[in-house]
Ligand binder design. Structure first.
Ligand SMILES: [Zn+2]
Length: 183
């Protein structure tokens, strides 16, 4: 049976590092371009991995983005033509993430959110647990375990400080399966 959805919902792309979350966002953004839908892409200021005005996947594709610190600043860019709003690296935004996502979705705009579900100690990474609860659709991606080559759902820190929750920079982390996480 084909069920049609009303406009305005929240869809989530989550999983560990190296799972292709940004590539999945870019794929969805490309569909919006083909469908001629107006959309906005936001990334947090803390994400200093790539050029400022783009989100880039590891396979080299990129989409224009707007860098903001506080998620509520995204509301200033949304207008009547906006059909979708995309947030990458949601765990690094300041402000009230849940209320802002809800507001946008209730305004009948499609919200696409990507981010980590756990930190490097396998702890749920706020605000992703709450976002998963309030969203209509969830895609949980896996990476390839750096140790055994099987599906990996966890990000393990292999170097760096123990005080920060997550560090920017891919060299400090590996994707690991549950079995290899403990090694
Ligand atoms: Zn493994």
């Amino acid at each position: 049976m084909f069920i049609k959805y009303n406009d305005g919902w929240i869809e989530v792309i989550t999983g560990p590092m190296f799972a292709g979350k940004t590539a999945e966002i870019i794929k969805r953004a490309e569909s919006l371009i083909y469908a001629n839908k107006n959309f906005l892409v936001f990334k947090p200021n803390a994400d200093t991995r790539w050029e400022k005005e783009f989100i880039s996947s590891r396979n080299g594709k990129k989409i224009e983005s707007i860098t903001i610190e506080n998620i509520e600043d995204s509301l200033k860019y949304i207008n009547k033509k906006t059909k979708a709003v995309i947030f990458d690296e949601i765990q690094f935004f300041d402000g009230n993430v849940i209320d802002t996502l809800q507001k946008i979705a209730f305004d009948r705009i499609r919200v696409i959110v990507a981010g980590l579900d756990m930190d490097f100690l396998m702890r749920p990474f706020k605000p992703m647990p709450e976002i998963l609860s309030i969203s209509e659709f969830v895609t949980k991606l896996t990476a390839i375990c750096f140790k055994c080559g099987k599906a990996a759902s966890f990000s393990k820190r292999i170097q760096g400080s123990k005080s920060k929750t997550i560090e920017i920079g891919d060299n400090s982390y590996e994707a690991r399966c549950r079995k290899c996480f403990k090694i």
